[in-house]
Design a protein around this ligand. Structure first.
Ligand code: NAP
Ligand code: MG
Length: 496
């Protein structure tokens, strides 16, 4: 299939709402992975001031790809100093129109080099090339296009509180490994549009597309210091968020680390947004279009190996259709191809790390101990090397089971049933999380009634995992606070 033609698979078509296809004139770069990476500070690639480094691996093989420097306090100091200078002397002084031009250039260049970014992302992260090519990279570019458009319109962005809203200063941003470039785009695009500068820490297991993005920033001549990227593990992230020179913290990751960050910055006066974990429920009423709902549920949990904060990891089925639905779901799951992320026919790629593989396997064990029936299906055997889990469906589970309550962050779907809409709503809301849910019904009134009663940030109706840069995204309760995307995504970066 030509990369520029619309994706043929319905699962992928679903998620493309609002996304841009990669440019037809896309360049076919082979990927170039360096042996060692340091950091990107003040517009330059620098080796880093410490001696420690770590390997990033290809999760489909377990083989190391590159050695990456672990950022020290001194590296973070240098990055924050560069960001402060760039903010005070250059970036906040530019007109919104001028800032917008840089952001448009970033967006265009991302599209043009999309195939290279997609290949690198799939290699470092393990997600299928069809997803990186059709979803991650086009959506990352779409985010920069969207926020570029806001850069010269900020006076319309706050609701009358400030005639000319201004930037906060330096944003410290920490992102997870499940959507490395897309999370980078969600963080960097609104920060730049609002005149802030950035110190970003990628996840330890997926630093490579952030480093390629830094090359792209050099290509578009972004002024030095406007975006700085410091590699490292949790300790480096901790230096970034607690640095006194950082004015705003943006974090996406686990609820546990989000809590630690909130404790670390308490009383500092820093603004913060937290995008944390989830345990989304997909509610399927008996009057839903079942074929469509099966696709949506498959998409909701097996997209990106289930490494999705808003994954529909709980399936709530109206009792009268439960057996029929699960039978259809299993038939569909048996057609999924698990394997090489770089094969364009692959539906489910590699689990991002050995650690995450162990976590998922531990949850399956707990599920068995608690009495769940564990069913796995796939059109092929899982590869011998690398980190893989077959798409898994758990039945015979109850609301109180660990696998129903905790975020597994893998391709594992827990199925429960309900008899009335009230029961469905009660079960969906019976979680400490509140990020996303799905509702499937042909009856619009029922969809709206259910959606309004759900206690979460995002509800999809007759669809799942639909992303659009114009639409706000974020959670409630233990899924975090603050919104990214849309006009609401500008507010956390502006002085109100
Ligand atoms: P994580 O362990 O919380 O890590 C997230 C990021 O924080 C990584 O860059 C990590 O570095 C860094 N970090 C770790 N400890 C830190 C500390 N004490 N201070 C500052 N930074 C620290 O989460 P993950 O395993 O990478 O990602 C999976 C989680 O993210 C899931 O729970 C998922 O639900 C959530 N998530 C939420 C959203 C959303 O929008 N709500 C989106 C995607 C993912 P290292 O990687 O080097 O440890
Ligand atoms: Mg990796």
């Amino acid at each position: 299939m030509d990369h520029a033609s619309p994706p043929s698979n319905a699962r992928h078509r679903l998620r493309l709402a609002g996304a841009l296809e990669l440019s037809p004139s896309i360049e076919k770069h082979p990927i170039n992975i360096r042996e060692r990476y340091g950091h990107f500070i003040n517009g330059e690639f620098v080796p880093g001031q410490g001696d420690e480094s770590f390997a990033t691996v290809n999760p489909a093989t377990g083989e190391p790809l590159a050695q990456v420097a672990a950022g020290t306090e001194a590296d973070v100091d240098a990055a924050v100093a560069a960001a402060r200078k760039a903010h005070d002397e250059v970036w906040s002084k530019l007109s919104g129109l001028e800032r917008g031009k840089y952001i448009y250039r970033i967006a265009r260049r991302l599209q043009e080099r999309g195939r290279e970014f997609a290949t690198l992302e799939s290699t470092d992260n393990g997600k299928p090339i069809r997803e990186t090519r059709d979803v991650d990279i086009p959506l990352a570019a779409a985010h920069f296009f969207y926020y570029a458009g806001w850069a010269d319109k900020l006076r319309y962005a706050t609701r009358g509180a400030a005639a000319n809203p201004s930037s906060l200063g330096v944003a410290g941003q920490v992102i997870p490994w499940n959507f490395p470039l897309l999370m980078l785009a969600w963080k960097i695009a609104p920060a730049l549009a609002t005149g802030n500068t950035v110190v970003l820490k990628p996840a330890e297991t997926t630093p490579l597309t952030a480093m390629l993005f830094a090359e792209l920033l050099q290509e578009v001549d972004l002024p030095p210091g406007v975006v700085n990227i410091v590699n490292g593990a949790g300790a480096t992230g901790s230096h970034v968020v607690s640095h006194p020179g950082v004015d705003k913290v943006a974090f996406t990751g686990s609820t546990q680390v989000g809590r630690a960050i909130m404790r670390a910055i308490a009383g500092s006066g820093k603004k913060a947004t937290m995008e944390l974990g989830g345990k989304g429920a997909n509610i399927v009423y008996a009057d839903a279009s079942l074929d469509q709902a099966v696709e949506g549920c498959v998409d909701g949990i097996f997209f990106n190996q289930g490494h999705v904060c808003c994954a529909g990891s709980r399936l709530l089925l109206e009792e009268s259709i439960a057996d029929e639905f699960i039978a259809r779901l299993k038939r569909r799951v048996e057609t999924l191809r698990v394997g090489d992320p770089l094969d364009k026919n692959t539906d489910v790629g590699a689990i991002n790390s050995k650690g995450q593989l162990a976590t998922i396997e531990r949850y399956l064990e707990i599920g068995r101990e608690e009495g769940a029936t564990v069913w796995q299906g796939a059109a092929c055997q899982k590869p011998d090397a690398g980190y893989f889990v077959l798409p898994t469906i758990l039945t015979g589970v109850q609301q109180s089971d660990t696998v129903v309550r905790e975020e597994i962050f893998g391709p594992v779907l827990a199925c429960l049933t309900f008899r009335t809409p009230d029961e469905a709503i009660r079960k969906a809301n019976d979680t400490e999380y509140g990020l996303a849910c799905g509702v499937w019904s042909e009856k619009t009134a029922k969809v709206f009634r259910t959606a309004h009663a759900l206690n979460c940030g995002v509800v999809w109706a007759n669809g799942y995992n639909l992303f659009d840069p114009a639409s706000p995204f974020g959670g409630v309760r233990h899924s975090g606070f603050g919104r990214e995307g849309g006009i609401a995504g500008l507010w956390p970066y502006l002085k109100a």
